[in-house]
Design a protein around this ligand. Structure first.
Ligand code: ZN
Length: 102
């Protein structure tokens, strides 16, 4: 389990690497999804992510950050998602594109 503060640090560290600027990052209780992204760049993450494995957390974070630039799971979205995770040494599969949030 990590703290909310460390989680947000991780989000901003990823954001720098991907070169996106989230306006706000929130953690809150979400029953049906892991995260969401408003069209204004406001990100919300489920607080239960704090208890998830680091690799999974990273996937959700990267996924959401990429939505700031790419609203849909298009080609660029997938390419950047996969290459970011590979650089971190994290395996990813097609189901990672369906991390529910919409
Ligand atoms: Zn998505």
């Amino acid at each position: 389990m990590i703290s909310a503060q460390d989680f947000k640090k991780e989000v901003f560290r990823c954001a720098e690497e991907i070169v996106v600027k989230p306006k706000e990052v929130h953690l809150r209780n979400m029953n049906t999804k892991w995260a969401s992204c408003s069209n204004k760049g406001r990100l919300s993450f489920s607080s239960s992510l704090l208890n998830e494995a680091p690799d999974f957390r990273t996937k959700v974070i990267v996924h959401e950050l990429l939505h700031i630039k790419y609203p849909t799971h298009g080609k660029m979205f997938k390419t950047l998602f996969i290459s970011y995770l590979r650089r971190q040494g994290i395996d990813c599969s097609l189901k990672d594109f369906n991390l529910s949030h919409r």
